[in-house]
Design a protein around this ligand. Structure first.
Ligand code: ATP
Length: 251
């Protein structure tokens, strides 16, 4: 399942800081939207407002036809952060079961998730016996164990090295093709954003705002070969141009 997200005149101020200027935005059900921009431009703020972890200074956010608080209460949201939120004393399978129990929604069988996520041989392992990539897979499996409509991901691969990051990104694309969700994905990596998303929102800081909304039309899920596709080359240059200026974009 997936749900549309709408933002109507949404803004967030902290004292004198405009973390997010007035924003109108519609995200279609099942869309994968990447959020890129310099530090402090409001990406996490937008995620937090969507997750009901913060309230807008003006305007309204809606997940489908309900406000974020109701969507959160009904367990329609899944959150994935930078650092795996796994519990150190729990085996991988317990962590996913725990999430299902905690959310009181059986969703998908833990064993099926572990199998689909390539974790079947590791289900008895404790977190300190799993690699960073494996941990992030458990983290992700836990986030979707209750079958949410919306996945909010804040730099989920930032703790991983370049190779693992790409491998996990492509894997995420495949998983989402089988279990469609509406995704907001914050990243500092331009390549990752274009590789994974249907749409890249480019932010600018002081005040935080969206300066470009760039569609990526090649169908998902994509493979590593997409990196040599003219659309990938053109869009990564376009996003880099917006973020860093034209010179660096072609460096
Ligand atoms: N709770 C808060 N109190 C005061 N200022 C805040 C708070 N949360 C965010 N800000 C400010 O709002 C602005 C936007 O922050 P936000 O975390 O959304 O940026 P970001 O784009 O996610 O940055 P990064 O890429 O570094 O994570 C920043 O100037 C930040 O300092």
């Amino acid at each position: 399942m997936s749900a549309a997200i709408t933002y109507k005149k949404v803004s967030r101020r902290y004292g004198d800081v405009i973390a997010l200027s007035e924003t109108d935005l519609n995200i279609g059900a099942g869309q994968f939207v990447a959020l890129v921009g310099p530090s402090g431009c409001g990406k996490t703020t937008l995620l937090r407002l969507t997750a009901d972890l913060d309230q807008p200074s003006t305007g309204q956010v809606a997940i489908g036809d309900m406000p974020p608080a109701a969507a959160r209460k009904q367990r329609r949201l899944g959150l994935v952060s930078q650092r795996p939120a796994v519990l150190p004393w729990k085996r991988a399978i317990d962590d996913i079961r725990f999430t299902q129990i905690a959310t009181q929604k059986s969703g998908i069988a833990a064993e099926d998730l572990l199998r689909d996520f390539g974790l079947a041989q590791h289900e008895k392992k404790l977190p300190h016996h799993l690699s960073g990539g494996m941990l992030q897979r458990v983290n992700f499996a836990s986030a979707i164990a209750h079958d949410p409509d919306v996945l909010l991901m804040d730099e989920p691969f930032s703790a991983l090295d370049e190779m693992k990051r790409e491998e996990l990104g492509l894997w995420l694309g495949k998983v989402l093709a089988e279990r469609p969700k509406t995704v907001l994905f914050v990243t500092h990596h331009v390549d990752e954003a274009v590789l994974l998303a249907d749409r890249v929102l480019v932010f600018s800081a002081s005040p935080g705002r969206i300066v470009a909304d760039i569609p990526v039309t090649t169908p998902r899920p994509r493979t590593a070969a997409f990196r040599t596709h003219p659309e990938f080359v053109e869009l990564t240059n376009q996003v880099r141009g917006l973020l860093f200026g034209k010179q660096e974009a072609h460096a």
